[in-house]
Design a protein around this ligand. Structure first.
Ligand SMILES: [Mg+2]
Length: 405
């Protein structure tokens, strides 16, 4: 089998409301690059990539010379061809390769008439548990709804999401306001949902001292782990040693070199595996195997996804025996999807693993065109900027918190 064509389409799909985070904002929509890899047997595989509010269309077009004529079954060869570890120092293509891998796995599954999870030993679960991913939000431009900036709004928002989707684990994306203020908001969540589990992720903006104070203040809550409270393996190790609580990261252990360091250092307990950051589903499974050996936990990380990427997260979650925590997804913030059937539906906080051949999801051509047009109209946005504070940028550790208005 040979790859004969690669189609690339950038889409933008609206969110319920703009999501605020430690470095900026998702400006009320996600920008995603969708690839379709066509083979000489007429089988087409699909993949997806983010990119901080920008299109990756040109970068994929530049890889045509590597892809045309290649056999989509030869994924290890393709990996070295596209992102050789030393050549990649000049052009980091790991994330591009991830989307290509998704599409090739989709092709392989379709060719063999099996779901992707069957290529990796079969599923050990039929559905994957998800956390509600709570953000401080600006109101939507059009509806003027969706604002979350205080404890009362945050609690109501969590209760609504729990009612709608059945989540029993809740993650708050922090690092927006001063940690003392965010601590009040987080504790209010714990009071409102005493039986549920929680995690707080300020994207490594706190000092080690602030991290320790925050961790000690939330000890009465059911905490999964302390996610990226402060920067670096050593900072997180100081936090872990003093707070005596589990830690997690999706920032300082995102490749095998860092994973090895973490095993020497014993800094992070739960590795949050992102099918894009790590360079594909296969790399995540390999990393999860290392974690299993050393008794580290894993969870599925979300870097913002539409249904194709979500399917990769579900297939990953389906095959990992040591998936010790609910997965993260931005998915419930979307107003629509580009896959046939529209947005996947949560039940009891879980999503079903697709069972069709390949990734088990297909592109809805009409929706793809609609959101490609919307991208042409609205263009990219800088993920690491806040439209309401155009000259602002954070430092690390941060002391430039958003004003509490
Ligand atoms: Mg995180």
């Amino acid at each position: 089998m040979k790859i004969v064509d690669v189609k690339v389409t950038t889409v933008t799909v609206p969110l319920v409301a703009p999501l605020r985070h430690a470095s900026g904002t998702h400006w009320g929509r996600f920008v995603r690059t969708i690839i379709e890899i066509e083979t000489d047997e007429g089988i087409v595989g699909i993949g997806e990539m983010g990119g901080g509010g920008e299109s990756a269309e040109l970068a994929f077009q530049n890889l045509r010379q590597y892809l045309i004529g290649a056999n989509p079954f030869n994924l290890e060869d393709l990996r070295f061809k596209i992102c050789n570890p030393t050549a990649s120092l000049y052009n980091n293509r790991t994330q591009l390769f991830a989307a290509i891998e998704f599409a090739c796995l989709d092709i392989i599954g379709k060719k063999l008439s099996v779901p992707v999870y069957d290529l990796f030993g079969g599923k050990v679960r039929d559905e994957v548990d998800f956390a509600s991913y709570l953000f401080f939000r600006y109101p939507d431009d059009k509806t003027k709804k969706g604002e979350v900036k205080n404890a009362e709004q945050l609690v109501q928002y969590a209760l609504n999401l729990k009612k709608e989707c059945g989540f029993t684990t809740h993650k708050l994306k922090g690092g927006v306001f001063h940690p003392d203020y965010e601590l009040e908001c987080f504790l209010a969540l714990g009071d409102a949902l005493p039986k549920d589990r929680f995690r707080y992720d300020p994207n490594a903006t706190l000092t080690v001292t602030q991290s320790i104070e925050f961790a000690q203040a939330i000890k009465g809550m059911r905490i999964d782990y302390l996610e990226d409270f402060t920067w670096g393996l050593d900072g997180m190790k100081r936090l872990r040693d003093i707070a005596q609580m589990q830690t997690a990261t999706n920032t300082v252990v995102v490749n095998f070199e860092q994973l090895a360091q973490n095993i020497h250092l014993r800094s992070i307990d739960v590795i949050l595996l992102d099918t894009t950051f790590w360079g594909g589903i296969r790399a995540c499974i390999k990393a999860a195997g290392v974690c299993e050996t050393f008794q580290l936990g894993v969870a599925v990380h979300s870097s913002g996804e539409l249904g194709i990427q979500l399917a990769t997260m579900l297939h990953l979650g389906a095959v990992l025996p040591n998936l010790s925590n609910a997965a993260d997804a931005h998915y419930h913030h979307l107003t629509d999807d580009i896959i046939v059937g529209g947005l996947m539906k949560y039940e009891n906080g879980k999503l079903k693993v697709p069972t069709g051949p390949g990734l088990g999801v297909e592109i809805d051509r009409e929706k793809l065109n609609k959101y490609a047009e919307l991208y042409k109209e609205l263009g990219s946005y800088p993920y690491d900027k806040d439209p309401m504070r155009p000259d602002w940028f954070p430092i690390s550790p941060n002391d430039r918190w958003a004003p509490i208005l």
